[in-house]
Design a protein around this ligand. Structure first.
Ligand SMILES: Cc1cc2nc3c(=O)[nH]c(=O)nc-3n(C[C@H](O)[C@H](O)[C@H](O)COP(=O)(O)OP(=O)(O)OC[C@H]3O[C@@H](n4cnc5c(N)ncnc54)[C@H](O)[C@@H]3O)c2cc1C
Length: 278
């Protein structure tokens, strides 16, 4: 029989965790409950974050957005600032799981699961999101690419919680995009995904470009050499093919039940073609 605790705020959460140091955290449960059921994880005590008020809000000060870790994917999808300013994150939430999964699963759970296929991760990499981690002794800010260092591996210290995701809101002239390929159009884990952040000059030439691929390596992958190829160029089929050629040599995909490594390499290049203007 498992014990499930429901703290109402962060102070209560620390006190319950200190009394039950072996406890695990549960957000929406869409990853954790699967692992508990298959006995990949065993926990006697669960601390449910559902009612912890400090983890719930989405706020903005005009320059940045602060997304509480317990924000579920449906709330991300419905948030007007996310929709209008963070297109790639909005697109990722739209294709994540199914309506029940989007209502249960949270951005914090997606990040802390640290799956290379996590849909919010490539957008958060190109948006250069920072994560605020809190513990009984204080808080620290960690860039997302330093937080995740392998499949299922994060920089979370014992008794540390992801409080919120902090993102600088892109200025006008920045375009972002996310696309994933799965085995079907809904309720599919990505076989390969691509997020892109591009600064475009009025003449259409690219300033800063950031590209992040999911599901083609142990973590989300970015390649500065590929991004540099775009600098100062106008988007064309030719330049996207050059980027794709280089990126497909650099990714390190595996073959698994969803797809072969060679197919993933091909998708790595082909997803770039979607960046061609209509
Ligand atoms: C049918 C199905 C379809 C799915 N489809 C997709 C999909 O298309 N794309 C996709 O990316 N994912 C998918 N998932 C996976 C899952 O829904 C997401 O990863 C989801 O965002 C996980 O969030 P959660 O709140 O449910 O996490 P939980 O399962 O509650 O937690 C996951 C892990 O993160 C830890 N954790 C959670 N919150 C915090 C926090 N604030 N601080 C510290 N640690 C924390 C937990 O302790 C646990 O180890 C799917 C899952 C299922 C069951």
């Amino acid at each position: 029989m498992k014990k499930v605790l429901f703290p109402l705020n962060v102070e209560e959460m620390w006190s319950m965790w200190q009394d039950n140091p072996e406890a695990g955290l549960l957000a929406g449960g869409t990853d954790l409950l699967v692992k508990l059921r298959s006995q990949r994880i065993r926990l006697k005590t669960i601390i449910c974050l559902e009612k912890v008020k400090e983890l719930q809000q989405i706020n903005t000060d005009g320059a940045q957005i602060f997304i509480g870790a317990m924000t579920n994917h449906q709330q991300l999808l419905e948030n007007q600032v996310v929709k209008s300013r963070l297109g790639c994150l909005h697109q990722a939430a739209a294709v994540l799981g199914s309506p029940p999964i989007r209502h249960m699963g949270t951005i914090g759970g997606n990040i802390c699961t640290a799956s290379p296929a996590g849909d919010t991760l490539p957008p958060l990499y190109v948006l250069q999101a920072n994560l605020e981690l809190v513990s009984p002794t204080g808080s620290r800010i960690v860039p997302i690419e330093e937080f995740i260092y392998g499949p299922g591996k994060t920089a979370l210290a014992p008794m540390e919680v992801l409080k919120q995701v902090i993102i600088d809101l892109p200025v006008p002239g920045i375009q972002t995009h996310y696309h994933k390929v799965g085995q079907r159009k809904a309720l599919a884990i990505s076989v390969c995904s691509l997020a892109c952040y591009m600064q475009l000059a009025p003449d259409g030439s690219v300033g800063e470009a950031r590209l992040a691929w999911g599901s083609v390596g142990p973590t989300v992958m970015r390649f500065p050499e590929v991004e540099a190829l775009l600098y100062g160029r106008k988007i064309s089929l030719d330049i996207l093919r050059q980027c794709g050629e280089l990126a497909s040599q650099k990714v390190t995909p595996i073959s698994d039940v969803r797809a072969g490594a060679e197919y993933r390499r091909r998708l790595t290049a082909n997803l770039l073609i979607r960046l061609l203007p209509d």
